[in-house]
Design a protein around this ligand. Structure first.
Ligand code: GSH
Length: 200
């Protein structure tokens, strides 16, 4: 049986949570990172024209970050077995994708327009998003309580984008008003396997 092949670009984005999930689960996977012009050749052969994809021997190629992450979570005990709880986690994962989509739409804007739209996003839609997610969270430290799940990794990777301060015009502490949400971020950041992943 060949290793699962996880294909994404050589940055964090939508592929990092699946990499973390496999690493945390102790699965020997192929971390296939696409660089430069190689993407143009690969793109037409992917299921929906985007990355990440996950190839499993004997099954095929799966696309869509949430489907990939949920699959890994189910296979390796990092997603709830209870259907209602699983659906609650999947709703949060969909919410992350909605916010990513809102930010992606600013990528092609002119510098002035980008500043205006992102400042509006940070003060408006992102605050509403944070408040909505905050209401879904319990006492933590993770979404499911004591046990880490793949949804925590999805939230962590998104929040790390903002906290790193690399997204122009979005303050690094944009979610400072949401202690439960930032608590999930901190709990994942301090998780020994996450620390080990970034120390490699
Ligand atoms: N809904 C998809 C979005 C996939 C997507 O847009 N991926 C981006 C990278 S984050 C991509 O492949 N961009 C290159 C392109 O569209 O050509 C998912 O969640 O996986």
């Amino acid at each position: 049986m060949t290793k699962p092949r996880l294909t994404y670009f050589d940055f964090s984005g939508r592929g990092e949570d699946a990499r973390l999930a496999y690493f945390i689960a102790g699965v020997d996977f192929e971390d296939n990172r696409i660089k430069g012009a190689a993407w143009r050749e690969l793109k037409p052969s992917t299921p929906f024209g985007g990355l990440p994809t996950l190839e499993i021997e004997g099954k095929g190629v799966l696309a869509q970050s949430n489907a990939i992450l949920t699959y890994i979570g189910r296979e390796h005990g990092l997603h709830p077995q209870d259907n209602w709880e699983a659906a609650r986690h999947e709703a949060l994962m969909a919410a992350v994708e909605e916010l990513r989509g809102a930010i992606s739409r600013t990528l092609g804007l002119s510098p002035d327009e980008k500043r205006r739209v992102r400042e509006e996003l940070a003060a408006g839609e992102m605050q509403t998003w944070g408040a909505n997610v905050e209401r879904q969270l319990g006492d933590g430290p993770f979404v499911a309580g004591e046990a880490l799940s793949v949804v925590d990794l999805k939230l962590f990777v998104l929040l790390n984008w903002f906290v790193s301060g690399t997204l122009d015009h979005v303050p690094a502490d944009v979610f400072r008003g949401f202690p439960r949400l930032m608590g999930v971020f901190e709990a994942v950041r301090r998780h020994p396997r996450v620390v080990a992943w970034y120390a490699r």
